[in-house]
Design a protein. Structure first.
Length: 154
């Protein structure tokens, strides 16, 4: 099983959107039984809250199911539990390292650096632009699937 954890600041916008989009993609590929996909926050600001209404609205607009979710914070234990810990931007990457301590197994990835130009995914909490975030998340998920197909021959 391939275990993927998406991480952003609050776990209500970008990481949650990424979790749901990737889950939808692997479900459509008939690969759901080969994946465990979840998401976390680097902060405690939104702990217990559900997905942002803008995230829910955008996912409904594009036909991606919104799954039950409550924001929770990344822990050091998550490092051992997941194969890939994927941050949305450079600040998330720094905070992920602060939380997990180190990355001796090379599990920390910046989302759009896996198969892309490495740019940050803008936080729609601040920008209000959930369309742009969705385009970046979709691009990242498509790249991640291509990367995993090569790594695992799925």
């Amino acid at each position: 099983m391939i275990k993927i954890l998406f991480i952003c600041h609050g776990n209500i916008c970008r990481s949650t959107m990424s979790q749901f989009v990737l889950q939808h993609m692997v479900n459509n590929l008939g690969l759901a039984d080969q994946f465990l996909i979840d998401s976390r926050a680097t902060s405690r600001e939104e702990i217990g809250n559900g997905p942002h209404p803008g995230t829910v609205r955008k996912l409904q607009e594009v036909g991606v199911p919104v799954l039950p979710h409550r924001a929770c914070q990344l822990t050091k234990e998550d490092y051992e539990a997941f194969d890939y810990l994927i941050g949305m931007d450079s600040a998330n990457m720094r905070n992920m390292m602060r939380i997990v301590g180190s990355d001796p197994k090379g599990k920390l990835y910046k989302f759009l650096a896996i198969e892309g130009d490495g740019r940050d995914i803008a936080d729609p909490w601040y920008t209000g632009n959930f369309d742009e975030t969705y385009r970046d998340v979709k691009e990242g998920c498509e790249g991640l699937i291509r990367y995993l197909e090569k790594q695992y021959k799925i």
